[in-house]
Design a protein. Structure first.
Ligand SMILES: Cc1cc2nc3c(=O)[nH]c(=O)nc-3n(C[C@H](O)[C@H](O)[C@H](O)COP(=O)(O)O)c2cc1C
Length: 390
């Protein structure tokens, strides 16, 4: 059973991620993990922190001589900013005068709900864990899940569909998404350069006004065989698992599978993907006229690309803060401000790739099992033969 956890505070010493349940014998390319972590740090509109940090995945356990050994994997990501926080956020009691309190909760962030829940007098500890710094840990283990999926021929990438009101007005082809993901100079990860420049203008606008902006990313899983997930139980449906995984990312407020949102307002005849039987170089000869279903029907992958969209609300830390209340005096004040991103759509897409990869790795292992990669691949090949013979 594939399971994973993360731990760590935004300004603590390190993040740690645990991944348990992968078969033995998977090659782990450290350079690939670091490249994925780098991708999460990119995008126009990120805050100052991205200049301090260059995340590196330090694998502590579960990998020896470059391959997984079937035991739990732990990955550590050092927080380079820790040296600036050692005195204000120590593990030991430390000096209370050095403590950096978050004195007034930010509307839209976890500050108020978290302080009320945990009975904290201010929101420092809330921010430390609610912050999306945590998503770096997910990207590290998501990269290992991607390496596993790659052994079964699957790939997971993302691109940006919209920033603010600027939207890509067409579907992005897999080759374009690959190209945009391979760039060493990331702007807003949109496959159309003109739309991307207009997206940049949206970010420039909020940079000028001290505001922030959200948007939509799309994660695409390529070459997924039909048959992952099932309708047999509510909590085994692939669409439900993916929606939960992507929604669990900070600031994602809606998830769409395929063209789910437009489908709700369209007649069935315009939505459903008509079936043919002339496909070549595919797991089966069945083909589809289009892919409005986003590769999932009845909670099961149907052999088309899986397309999952995440809708991000705008960042809640504003340079021109909204109205709030002082935690101590209860007087009206402006919400706290701490160095912050203003647009994170490309980065959230990369974090969502990790969540999609972890989810697909889980359902693939549920189906194919195996304690070694040889066993998993043998089972997978047997199933592929069954599909060819169907
Ligand atoms: C990659 C990424 C980076 C983020 N960076 C910031 C940030 O710099 N400042 C901020 O206020 N929120 C940031 N957020 C969003 C907050 O973490 C999130 O809004 C907050 O934890 C509350 O959770 P919720 O929006 O899911 O309710 C970021 C989100 C993501 C996905």
């Amino acid at each position: 059973m594939l399971r994973y956890f993360t731990s760590g505070e935004s300004h603590g010493e390190a993040l740690v991620a645990f991944l348990s349940g992968l078969p033995a014998g998977l090659h782990v390319d450290q350079g690939f993990l670091d490249r994925e972590l780098w991708r999460r740090q990119q995008g126009y509109g990120r805050g100052g922190r991205m200049k301090i940090e260059t995340d590196k995945a330090h694998i502590l356990s579960g990998v020896r001589h470059g391959i997984t050994i079937g035991s739990p994997i732990a990955v550590l990501l050092e927080n380079k900013d820790w040296k600036n926080w050692e005195e204000s956020l120590p593990v030991t009691e430390g000096d209370p005068s050095k403590h950096k309190a978050v004195k007034s909760p930010r509307p839209g962030h976890a500050d108020l709900a978290g302080a009320l829940k945990y009975n904290f007098p201010e929101a420092r500890y809330v921010l430390e864990r609610a912050s999306a710094r945590e998503s770096a840990a997910r990207v590290a283990i998501g990269a290992i899940a991607k390496l596993f999926l790659c052994e079964l021929g699957m790939e997971v990438l993302s691109h940006v569909l919209s920033v603010g009101e600027t939207m890509l007005d067409r579907e992005a082809a897999w080759a374009e998404i690959k190209e945009v993901s391979a760039k060493n100079d990331v702007l807003l990860s949109c496959v159309d350069p003109n739309t991307e420049l207009r997206m940049k203008e949206e970010v420039d606008k909020v940079l000028k006004t001290g505001d922030s902006v959200g948007g939509v990313f799309e994660v695409v899983a390529h070459n997924v065989p039909p048959g992952l997930g099932t309708y047999a139980q509510w909590d085994e449906r692939l669409d439900a698992l993916l929606a939960g995984a992507v929604m669990s990312l900070q600031a994602v407020k809606a998830v769409e599978i395929g063209s789910g949102i437009a489908a709700a307002g369209s007649p069935g005849s315009k939505v459903h993907d008509e079936i043919g039987y002339e496909a070549k170089d595919r797991p089966t000869k069945f083909s589809r006229a289009h892919n409005n279903a986003g590769g999932i029907e009845g909670g099961i992958s149907n052999g088309e690309e899986i397309r999952v969209r995440g809708y991000l609300k705008p960042i809640s830390t504003l340079r021109r803060p909204l109205q709030s209340v002082d935690f101590v005096t209860r007087e009206p004040v402006k919400a706290a401000y701490e160095r912050s991103d203003v647009c994170v759509v490309p980065a959230a897409g990369v974090a969502a790739e990790a969540m999609v990869a972890l989810t697909l790795a889980k359902v693939a292992l549920d189906k194919f099992g195996g304690d070694s990669m040889q066993e998993t691949k043998r089972n997978f090949e047997g199933y592929r033969q069954q599909l060819r013979d169907f």
